[in-house]
Design a protein around this ligand. Sequence first.
Ligand code: NI
Length: 161
Amino acid sequence: MAIRNIRQYGDSVLEKRCKEVTEMTPRTIDLINDMIETMYEGNGVGLAACQVGILKRIVVIDTTGEDLHILINPRIVEQSGEQTGSEGCLSLPGKSGIVTRPNYVKCVALNEKMEPIELEGTELLARAICHELDHLDGHMYVEKVQGELSEVSYDEDGEEA
Ligand code: NI
């Protein structure tokens, strides 16, 4: 596994639509493992393949540190409610903004064995699913921010203060 370079806001790869994954290959398994490592190393709760420069419909999400989800070709099939809160992105470090998202979403996807799975989430998990799926269509949360982006301050351990 390896840490990959995270593409930063303004990079045109983040504005492109990612392509469906049609078969699982050793290269794609390597990509998924690298995405997981890169997400954890960056203290992120999710990462989309385009953020490491690969235009495939793959996201990894872990909102608690012990709840890893690998979603291939994910699609939201149900959503309800509303939540408004702070959001950030590994492609725009040091910034956050207020975004309104559904409070509940259900998505269907494939896992790393290309088997169909469902994932339901509320609150932060619902937010992460929406945020990451937007990346697959070339969208970033900054397009949805209410008001201005804020600076995030970090303490000496690099955690959000
Ligand atoms: Ni992001």
